[in-house]
Design a protein around this ligand. Structure first.
Ligand code: PLP
Length: 396
């Protein structure tokens, strides 16, 4: 037996373990100090009541022979039509028409982002932005693919556009972006769609944070003309509705997507039928309730709570004259470390002097050096206190 030696090429992910060990060491030395974490990328608000009620009903279904469910319906790759139709209705509200056969329910975006790679040859060239959500890079390194980086920087507002003369086969776009919080407008996404069509490439569009968009910006790649010929969209209930622990997501593969005469949706259905037995019934029923009128109202209240935290952080940085992007249509605030500091240098100072923890930008790629990520997922009280401490420290 020979192991997959590509694993040796994956960089150790020191980012979150180093953040955790520095924090633990600081707390050991200063046991009385209350450190506030604005580094957490996980939701903290409880699930919407309508989702809880739907999941209770689903549990009850499983308690009785007449309503019991085993494996999900294989017609739609184990997705229940209640959920698939709720997803389609949600797309319709964005002016996007999606067919039942095009919606593939999953246990979350990360699984699909990794599993979709089964469909593509190893010698495809992959293009990812830098800085980047690390899972895109590591999943492709595991498969032995060559990766190109599109520089996201101050000059382009952390929204890189296609470069002439650069060819790629698979393109990752995450908008609103993790870690930078930057969001593409229609012209930006159209440039990528046109590029992908020209290069016969496929866009993997990660829409995990679409519900944080409140400005007039595209929430789906399929709002862009031509996207049905060159894109799949990977979505999640994790940040939309607090499902990080519950687990449910979906991927839309248009039936118009064909490469080398092969329909991608058919390949994906085959792949899922072979290696996946569907998302659990209970989360699927909870997820269907998310897109009901009541569900939409309740999840928007949670998102408004996080966005208010983002506004508090943004106001604090504005008052301090610190450059940042994100926060307005995203739970992430990506700031330029003050006084030309490097990411880890600023991390150490913020921890020591303000007892606030964020995430060093350099951990998301070379292009993140000198930047820092704060998140809006804490409580309002802690967010206000963290901002007070940051202001006090930076003004001192
Ligand atoms: N995509 C991005 C950009 C993320 O930031 C995350 C989680 O933080 C995911 C995907 C994973 O989502 P899920 O919980 O649905 O697997």
């Amino acid at each position: 037996m020979k192991i997959n030696t590509n694993f040796a090429n994956i960089a150790e992910n020191y980012l979150f373990s180093t953040v955790a060990s520095k924090l633990a060491a600081y707390q050991k030395e200063h046991p009385g100090r209350q450190v506030i974490k604005l580094s957490v990328g996980d939701v903290t608000r409880p699930l919407a009541p309508v989702v809880i009620a739907a999941m209770h009903r689903a549990v009850e279904d499983l308690a009785h022979a007449e309503t019991f469910k085993g494996y999900g319906p294989d017609r739609y790759c184990y997705g229940y039509t209640e959920l698939i139709d709720a997803i389609r209705a949600n797309y319709a509200r964005k002016g996007v028409e999606v067919k039942r056969e095009e919606v593939f329910v999953s246990d979350g975006a990360k699984s699909d982002l990794g599993n979709l790679l089964d469909l593509f040859a190893q010698d495809n060239v992959v293009l990812v932005p830098d800085p980047v959500y690390p899972a895109y890079v590591d999943a492709n390194i595991m498969a032995g693919r060559k990766i190109l980086y599109a520089d996201a920087n101050l000059g382009n507002g952390f929204l890189p556009l296609p470069e002439a003369g650069v060819h790629a086969d698979l393109i990752y776009i995450c908008s609103p972006n993790n870690p930078t919080g930057a969001v593409y407008d229609r012209a930006g996404l159209k440039a990528w769609v046109d590029y992908a069509i020209r290069e016969h490439a496929l866009i993997l569009f990660d829409a995990a944070y679409e519900y944080f968009i409140s400005d007039d910006l595209p929430r789906s790649i399929f709002e862009i003309e031509g996207a049905r010929e060159c894109a799949v969209e990977i979505c999640s209930f994790s940040k939309t509705a607090g499902f990080t622990g519950v687990r449910c997501g979906y991927t839309v593969v248009p039936d118009t997507l064909s490469f080398g005469g092969v329909l991608l949706g058919r390949m994906w259905a085959r792949r899922q039928a072979t290696k996946f037995n569907g998302a659990s019934y209970i989360p699927q029923m909870g997820a269907a309730a998310v897109f009901s009128e009541e569900g939409e109202r309740e999840i928007r209240a949670n998102i408004a709570y996080y966005k208010n935290n983002a506004r508090i952080i943004g106001d604090c940085l504005d008052a301090l004259g610190i450059w940042y992007t994100g926060g307005k249509n995203s739970p992430y605030i990506w700031l330029k470390c003050p006084n030309g500091k490097k990411s880890w240098e600023f991390f150490d100072e913020l921890l020591e002097k303000a007892n606030v923890v964020g995430t060093p930008g350099s951990g998301f790629g070379k292009g993140g050096e000198g930047f820092f990520r704060l998140t809006a997922f804490s409580t309002e009280e802690n967010t206000r206190e963290a901002c007070r401490r940051i202001t006090e420290y930076l003004k001192a």
